[in-house]
Write a protein that binds this ligand. Structure first.
Ligand SMILES: Nc1ncnc2c1ncn2[C@@H]1O[C@H](COP(=O)(O)OP(=O)(O)O)[C@@H](O)[C@H]1O
Ligand SMILES: [Mg+2]
Length: 382
């Protein structure tokens, strides 16, 4: 077991100007499960391959424990990698596939057999050891690929989208299995995915990348509750956080015909940048519904300062209702005062969903508001 440190690690591919990974700084703890997540092309695989030694590092360093591995060949790094396509040898049995790296390393036959059998037991593969990969299901092949990494007892596991070839249901099962297995074995793991749900459910911590730049490294809880910037705010969470540019007024922001209080610090920080608006983020579950059908968690406080007649809050016209059983999601449009209508997603009680075409009045719950600088995208105060 070991820590893993990316120390301003940079990769510039030959013939390109812009780094694919730009001064990546992450200190991964011994035994930690760290997930690298971000949209396609953001540099996840490059980051992992740099750690594996499959990609040159053009600046900075990478350390495993105290060892500087920046320029070591892959075989000297004591890591094992699981790829998206599993890369099993089709002509070999499951047992031979799992033991292959040990055989190459000159480990004796009985020891290989013991390690393969132990791993097979953990992975529920014992009865398949003499089969060829083509006679296995996708999920079983995935476990063989895991087994091949486990038998090597490496200091670090590296996994690049290992679940993306599985169907949705199996993916959910397997992610629980992998996370459980990792915790049991306690081997430091760097796991790459483009799927933020996978990242949030599996990782001890999650690192979000965009355009080769690290945006935030945090626990799933903090990532959700305190996203550092607009990108992370929009990327983490499904349905995504609603992000609305609103004018700053006295003591808060103007949200339709309501004034929603915002911390003094946040408003001062926006004013310092010369901004007259801030971009407010509200998760779909953080609206109070002020009237009518589909009432969420109790009546909203009226924050209206301008109108005594109209219900407080933003009038949202319901376009689509997605009923998921326990919850419903309202996809609607609203007028926030700008030139354009704004799309909003609001979570409602699944047993009391509003009708299409009806109008809901919603108010963001003040304590649950995220405030970002419109000009820089960064989070303002708390
Ligand atoms: N061998 C390569 N040569 C040049 N550019 C590459 C190479 N591999 C990847 N890239 C570029 O580097 C960026 C990051 O790629 P990658 O790490 O594969 O992203 P991800 O795994 O997050 O989808 C992308 O813009 C991609 O086009
Ligand atoms: Mg990739």
């Amino acid at each position: 077991m070991a820590t893993v440190t990316y120390d301003k690690a940079t990769r510039v591919y030959p013939g390109t100007e812009k780094p694919a990974v730009d001064q990546l700084d992450i200190a991964i703890e011994d035994g930690e499960f760290l997930v690298l997540v971000g949209p396609s092309g953001c540099g996840k695989s490059t980051s992992l391959r740099m750690l594996a030694g499959l990609e040159d590092v053009n600046g900075g360093a990478i350390r495993i424990g105290d060892r500087d591995v920046t320029h070591l060949p892959p075989k000297d790094r004591d890591i094992a990698m699981v790829f998206q396509n599993y890369a099993l040898y089709p002509h070999m049995t499951v047992a031979d596939n799992m033991g292959f790296a040990l055989k190459i390393a000159g480990v004796n036959k009985s020891e290989i057999r013991q390690k393969v059998e132990d791993a097979a037991k953990i992975l529920d593969l014992t009865e398949y050891l003499s089969r060829k990969p083509k006679a296995l299901s996708g999920g079983q092949r995935q476990r063989v690929a895991m087994g091949r990494a486990i038998v090597r007892e490496p200091q670090v596991f590296l996994m690049d989208e290992p679940l993306s070839n599985l169907d949705a249901k199996l993916r959910v099962q397997t992610r629980t299995q992998i996370a459980g297995l990792q915790r049991r074995l306690g081997i430091t793991t760097v796991y790459v995915t483009h799927d933020q749900v996978e990242a949030m459910t599996m990782g001890d911590r999650v690192a979000v990348l965009k355009d080769g730049l690290l945006q935030q490294v945090d626990s799933p809880r903090n990532m959700y509750d305190r996203p550092n910037n607009l990108f992370v705010a929009g990327f983490i969470g499904s349905p995504a956080m609603n992000l609305v540019e609103v004018p700053i007024t006295d003591g808060g922001v103007k949200f339709g015909n309501s004034v929603v209080p915002v911390s003094r610090e946040a408003l001062a920080a926006a004013a310092d940048k010369g901004d007259r608006t801030v971009t407010v983020g509200v998760r779909p579950e953080h609206f109070d519904i002020a009237d009518g059908e589909g009432g969420g968690e109790g009546a909203a406080k009226s924050l209206s300062k301008e109108s005594k007649d109209a219900p407080a809050g933003l009038a949202v016209t319901v376009n689509v209702v997605e009923e998921l059983g326990a919850d419903g999601y309202v996809y609607g449009t609203t007028d926030v005062g700008g030139a354009d209508k704004k799309d909003l997603v609001v979570r409602v009680n699944g047993r009391r969903v509003p009708e299409k075409g009806s109008v809901l009045h919603v108010v963001p719950r003040p304590g649950e508001l995220h405030v970002f600088s419109t000009s820089t995208g960064e989070r303002l105060a708390d």
